[in-house]
Design a protein. Structure first.
Length: 293
C-alpha cells in the first residue's frame, strides 16, 4: 500500500505543545516517539493515546499523515504519543510488541514530567499497527515478551483501551485462506518474502506454532481492556475475516462488553478515506470518550 509521507502543516505549525523524538529505549534509533500535549496546560493530567502506524511491518513512520486522525483527540483533552518502532528489516517478532511495551513503560515513568494520567492509556493502531496495539492490549505483564534489558522495568505495560483499525489480528496463517474465501485481495501473505513472512522469519506454513504465538486471540482473557475493532468489508490488504475472528475470540473469552466491532460497507483498507470519514471518526472518538470520561 502507498502511504502519504507528510503530516498536515496545521499540526506541525500548531500551538500544541510538542516533544519530538523522545527515546523510549536504546536498542535502536527507531525507538523514539513524539509526544503531543493539549494547549491548555492547566487541564491535566491528560489521558494518553499511543498511536502505532501501519506499513506492512516494514515501512511507514511517525509524523506522517496516518497520524492526523489520532491528533484530533488533542482537541478533546487527550495527549498523543506517536510511536516509531523497529521494522521487519531490522528485527522480527516479537520486537514490535516489545517496543510498544517499552513505550508504554516510558510514558508511565515520565507521567509526572509531562502531566499524563498514568491510569488512562489507550493504544490505537492501523493495519500492522492494529496488530501491535491488539497484542499490547492482551499481553500485559506476560514475561515471555520481556526483553532481558527492558527499560523502566518497574512500570506496568498495561493499557486501558485498544483501537484496532483493520489489523491482521485473526492469525497471519489464515490471511490467504480468508482472501480465497472472500475473493478479495491477493493470497500472497504466506511466503517467506511476504510482509508477514519477513516479520515472522519464515514461510508461514512452516511455522504454525509461531503464528499462533503471534495471534492476539491466543491471549484474550477475562479482564482484558475493551477493544474497538473497525474494518472495511472491501479491504484488499487485510481480509475483514481477520477482525471478525478476533472479535469472536474476545467475546468467547471475555464477554461482549470487552469488544465493539464495526464491519463497514463499501470501505477499503485504511488511509486518507478513513482519515476523512466522519462515521469512522465518530465511532472511534465515542469509544475513547466512553472508556475514559
Amino acid at each position: 500500500m502507498k502511504h502519504d509521507h507528510k503530516m498536515a502543516d496545521k499540526y506541525l505549525n500548531s500551538g500544541y505543545r510538542k516533544f519530538f523524538d523522545l527515546a523510549y529505549a536504546s536498542a535502536s534509533e527507531a525507538q523514539k516517539l513524539d509526544l503531543w500535549l493539549p494547549d491548555a496546560p492547566a487541564s491535566g493530567p491528560y489521558p494518553v493515546v499511543l498511536y502505532f502506524h501501519g506499513g506492512a511491518f516494514r515501512a511507514g513512520a511517525k509524523r506522517e499523515n496516518q497520524s492526523e486522525p489520532v491528533l484530533r483527540v488533542l482537541e478533546r483533552g487527550y495527549a498523543v504519543a506517536d510511536v516509531e518502532y523497529r521494522k521487519s528489516g531490522e528485527a522480527r517478532f516479537p520486537a514490535m510488541l516489545q517496543d510498544a511495551k517499552a513505550a508504554v513503560r516510558f510514558l508511565r515513568a515520565n507521567a509526572g514530567k509531562y502531566d499524563l494520567d498514568a491510569g488512562r492509556f489507550a493504544a490505537w493502531g492501523s493495519s500492522c499497527g492494529g496488530w501491535i496495539v491488539s497484542m499490547l492490549g492482551v499481553t500485559a505483564g506476560r514475561a515471555e515478551f520481556d526483553e532481558e534489558d527492558r527499560t523502566d522495568p518497574e512500570q506496568s505495560d498495561a493499557v486501558q483501551a485498544v483501537v484496532d483499525w483493520c489489523g491482521p489480528c485473526g492469525n497471519f496463517l489464515l490471511m490467504d485462506p480468508d482472501f480465497r474465501e472472500s475473493g478479495l485481495g491477493e493470497p500472497d501473505h504466506t511466503p517467506a518474502d511476504s510482509p508477514e513472512g519477513l516479520f515472522m522469519g519464515a514461510c508461514l506454513t512452516e511455522i504454525p506454532d509461531r503464528c499462533r504465538l503471534a495471534a492476539p486471540g491466543t491471549y484474550v482473557h477475562a479482564g482484558m481492556p475493551p477493544v474497538l475493532i473497525v474494518h472495511g468489508k472491501l479491504d484488499q490488504v487485510v481480509p475483514v475475516q481477520q477482525s471478525r475472528r478476533f472479535y469472536e475470540e474476545i467475546v468467547r473469552a471475555a464477554g461482549e462488553e470487552r469488544a465493539e466491532y464495526h464491519a463497514l460497507d463499501g470501505v477499503y483498507h485504511h488511509g486518507k478515506p478513513w482519515n476523512d470519514d466522519p462515521v469512522i471518526e465518530k465511532i472511534t472518538m465515542d469509544f475513547l470518550d466512553c472508556v475514559f470520561k
